[in-house]
Structures are given as structure tokens and as C-alpha cells.
Design a protein around this ligand. Structure first.
Ligand code: FAD
Ligand code: FES
Length: 255
């Protein structure tokens, strides 16, 4: 899929330093699956040179609206924050390979911080299949726990953790996962997105329990479509290298 122009219908701060952007593409995308990402440039110029990847956070019925949630970290996201409602941005995607969904079995979702973005859309899709979904969501403080009410409105069993104990379990979401597994037994699979300490902790747990886990990785990217090898990595459970932008960003680990 090439690039296209999308209308910015909404660009609003939802928590300190975190924004929700709703984009309306010119044409309905061929597919928009949980775990896929949009590759966005706001200037149409060569500064910043590379596009910036953002997971699909939500998709409206009929795929009219594609939503992302982004955290301000640098120049690209600062530029995105400045996009006026009613103006247009240049988008590629949805790109990449997303999460595999199963009709059977218990799904446990684990997210740290902005890692909740792809898992929100996954949770929505799982609930549409009437699956029971438990979502462990962690952040440093209460202010970083995003879209908790919306998860509960979807009927998702949402358990919270904060490093400082300002809301929910006091500790990391990986600590919460350990406590949850002790009290609730094994799920059939894990899904995860978050910073390195979160996905490494979840991967470790999955390995020790021999649970399948799907992790959405946030590797730096260049072309975004599998051509430049700028994003290759070798996942722990694989023998070969993969391109995160094409075979990922969701990588399935089976132990
Ligand atoms: C597949 C994928 C999905 C993503 N989904 C989201 C999302 O839904 N919401 C969101 O807020 N962010 C998401 N990210 C991360 C987001 O793309 C980066 O935060 C963004 O590109 C930073 O651009 P910038 O110009 O503002 O920051 P830069 O000036 O490029 O960097 C500022 C700081 O952010 C760090 N950083 C930059 N890019 C990344 C990255 N890819 N991963 C980790 N750290 C990075 C840099 O090391 C630096 O410290 C995703 C990344 C990938 C690869
Ligand atoms: S960014 Fe070019 S191959 Fe992935």
C-alpha cells in the first residue's frame, strides 16, 4: 500500500503528554488489524527525514476512522501535536503483521504505559467475539493509566498497577502478572506491548510457564515496508532474523 493523505478529525490531549488522533483516510484501507501500525509524516518535507510509526489504537465501524494514541517524546511527536483539526497528514498503512486471534481459550493482555495502544484495539476485537478478556495495565503513576473507563465499558476485566502505588497494585505490571498467575492459574496465551523491562519480564514468565506469547515490538524503522533491512532483529525464540516492520511488529513466541 502506498502513501495517502488523511484528514485529522481529532487531535486532543487525553492525559499529560499523551494525545489521541483520529484520522480519516481518503479511501477505506484494505485491512486494519490489531497490532498493525500507521507510518506517518506530518510535514511532507525531509525534516524529520523518517516517518514515525504508531499502532492502531482503535478503528471505527466500516474503517472510516483510524485512531492512534501517541506520547510526546521528541520532534516527530511534537510536530504531530501541532497538527490542526481539519488539516491533512501523509500516512502509509496500516502496515505490518498484527496479533493472531483465537476463538478458544483464555487471553491475558499485559501492557505498560503507551503499550496499551495496540492492546486496546485487540481487546475490542476479542470482546466482539464474546471472549472473556483480562487486561493488566501498568504505568509509573495513576496519570499514565490510559483509557481505563473505555476498557471497562468494553466489558474487559481491567487490573491496574502503578510503580508508586497511586492506583491499583503497587509495583510493575510484571509484578502484577506474577501475582495474577499465582491467584488465577494459567491463561492459554499472553499478549504484550510495553517498554523493554515489561516485554522482557513477560517473555521470561511465558518461557518459564511454556505459555505462547505475542509481543508487539517498538523497533526503530526506516522504509517501513520490508525493503531496507533497517529494522531487522533476531527474536529469542527464533533461529532467523525478521524485519520488524513486515514480519512484525507483533512477534509470536512459542516455547
Ligand atoms: C510498530 C511501532 C508502534 C508504535 N506505536 C506507538 C504508539 O501507539 N504510540 C506511541 O506513542 N508511540 C508508538 N511507537 C513509538 C513511536 O514511534 C516513537 O515514540 C516516535 O517515533 C518518536 O518520534 P519523535 O520524533 O517524537 O522522537 P525522536 O526524536 O525520534 O526520539 C525521541 C526519543 O524517543 C525514543 N524513540 C524514538 N523512536 C522510538 C521507538 N520506535 N521505540 C522506542 N523509543 C523510541 C528515542 O530513543 C529518543 O529517546 C511505536 C513504535 C513502533 C515501532
Ligand atoms: S524499516 Fe525497512 S525493512 Fe523494516
Amino acid at each position: 500500500m502506498g502513501n495517502y493523505s488523511a484528514l485529522a478529525e481529532e487531535n486532543v490531549e487525553v492525559a499529560p503528554g499523551h494525545y489521541l488522533m483520529t484520522l480519516v483516510p481518503e479511501e477505506k484501507p484494505a485491512r486494519a488489524e490489531p497490532g498493525q501500525f500507521l507510518y506517518i509524516t506530518v510535514t511532507g518535507e525531509y525534516d524529520p527525514l523518517l516517518r514515525r510509526p504508531f499502532s492502531l489504537f482503535d478503528v471505527s465501524p466500516g474503517e472510516r476512522q483510524l485512531k492512534i494514541v501517541y506520547k510526546l517524546v521528541g520532534r516527530g511527536t511534537e510536530l504531530l501535536k501541532g497538527v490542526a483539526v481539519g488539516s491533512r497528514v501523509d500516512v502509509m498503512g496500516p502496515l505490518g503483521t498484527g496479533f493472531d486471534i483465537y476463538d478458544e481459550g483464555k487471553d491475558l493482555l499485559v501492557a505498560g504505559g503507551i503499550g496499551m495502544a495496540p492492546l486496546f484495539y485487540l481487546a475490542k476485537k476479542l470482546r466482539e467475539r464474546n471472549k472473556e478478556v483480562t487486561f493488566l495495565l501498568g504505568a509509573r503513576t495513576k496519570a499514565g493509566l490510559l483509557f481505563v473507563d473505555e476498557l471497562e465499558e468494553l466489558g474487559v476485566n481491567t487490573l491496574l498497577a502503578t510503580d508508586d502505588g497511586s492506583q491499583g497494585f503497587k509495583g510493575t505490571v510484571v509484578d502484577l502478572l506474577a501475582a495474577y498467575l499465582q491467584n488465577n492459574g494459567r491463561p492459554d496465551r499472553l499478549y504484550c506491548c510495553g517498554p523493554a523491562p515489561v516485554y522482557k519480564g513477560v517473555l521470561e514468565k511465558a518461557k518459564s510457564l511454556r505459555l505462547p506469547v505475542q509481543i508487539s515490538y517498538e523497533e526503530r524503522m526506516a522504509c517501513g515496508v520490508g525493503a531496507c533491512m533497517g529494522c531487522v532483529c533476531k527474536p529469542e525464540s527464533r533461529d532467523s532474523y525478521i524485519r520488524v516492520c513486515l514480519e512484525g511488529p507483533v512477534i509470536k513466541h512459542i516455547f
